[in-house]
Design a protein around this ligand. Structure first.
Ligand code: DX5
Ligand code: ZN
Length: 218
C-alpha cells in the first residue's frame, strides 16, 4: 500500500492537534515530523517536545526526519509509542552504520535521507539493513519549494535495488510533491509520499488528502 505522510511543518502550530485530527480523519497514514537545527539546514523548526504534544491525540505513526548535525545525541528523545521511523541524513553522519544500529536498538525503523546531490551509491554498504530511504526532492530546510526532477531517477535506481536486495524497504520522497507530480513519484518507486504545503496549504485540507490518496492508489 502507498502511504501519505503530511508534514506538520506546514500546519498551523497554534492548532496543531486539530490539524492532525483533520488529516487523520481524512485518511492520511503517517505524520511526517521535520526537525531542523539551523546548522545542517539553514532553518530551525521544532524539537521532540512539539512532537510529543501529539501523543495521545493521534493514532497515526510518526515518521521523524532529523535534519540535524550529530543526530546520535537526540535519537532517543524521538522514540515514543507512536514513532515508526527515525531518519538521519547520510551527509550528517560520520559513522552512519553506528547511527543506524543505534536507531534500531531503540526498537524503531532506521532510515537514511539523501540530499538531491547525494548519490544512492553512498548507501552501498548499509543498503541491505535499511528499513527506509527518504529521497529529498528539494534541498532540505524549507517547505513550499519546487520539486527537483532528478529525484525521479533516484527513486527508480532505489526501486531496482529494492527488488534485488531489500524487498521490504520503504522508499519515501520528500519535497515539492503536488497533485501534479504525485503519480510520477509513485510510479518511479515511492511507497511513502511526504507532502507539506500542498496538504496544509490547501483551502480544503480533508478534500486535498482524499485527492492525494486517490491519485496514489495502485
Ligand atoms: C523540507 C522538509 C519537508 C517539507 C516538505 O526540508 O523535509 O518535509 O516539509 O514540504 P513541501 O511538501 O511543502 O515541499
Ligand atoms: Zn521532511
Amino acid at each position: 500500500m502507498n502511504r501519505l505522510a503530511p508534514s506538520i511543518l506546514s500546519a498551523d502550530f497554534s492548532r496543531l492537534g486539530e490539524e492532525v485530527r483533520t488529516i487523520e480523519e481524512a485518511g492520511a497514514h503517517v505524520i511526517h515530523v521535520d526537525v531542523m537545527d539551523g546548522h545542517f539546514v539553514p532553518n530551525i523548526s521544532y524539537g521532540s517536545t512539539v512532537m510529543k504534544s501529539l501523543l495521545g491525540k493521534t493514532r497515526l505513526p510518526f515518521d521523524v526526519h532529523l535534519m540535524i548535525e550529530d543526530p546520535d545525541r537526540y535519537i532517543k528523545d524521538f522514540v515514543t509509542d507512536n514513532t515508526e521511523i527515525i531518519t538521519v541524513h547520510q551527509e550528517a553522519c560520520i559513522h552512519l552504520n553506528r547511527t543506524l544500529q543505534l536507531i534500531k536498538s531503540c526498537g524503531v525503523k532506521a532510515g537514511v535521507s539523501l540530499n538531491p546531490s547525494t548519490p544512492v551509491s553512498t548507501l552501498e554498504y548499509v543498503f541491505d539493513d535499511l528499513d527506509y530511504v527518504l529521497v529529498m526532492s528539494v534541498n532540505p530546510g524549507f517547505g513550499g519549494q519546487k520539486f527537483i526532477p532528478s529525484a525521479l531517477k533516484k527513486l527508480q535506481v532505489l526501486s531496482e535495488m529494492k527488488l534485488q536486495r531489500n524487498p521490504n524497504l520503504i522508499i519515501a520522497v520528500d519535497g515539492g510533491i503536488t497533485l501534479e507530480n504525485v503519480r510520477q513519484v509513485v510510479d518511479a518507486g515511492a511507497n511513502l509520499v511526504v507532502a507539506g504545503s500542498s496538504v496544509f496549504g490547501a483551502p480544503d485540507v480533508p478534500g486535498r488528502v482524499k485527492e492525494f490518496l486517490s491519485l496514489m492508489s495502485v
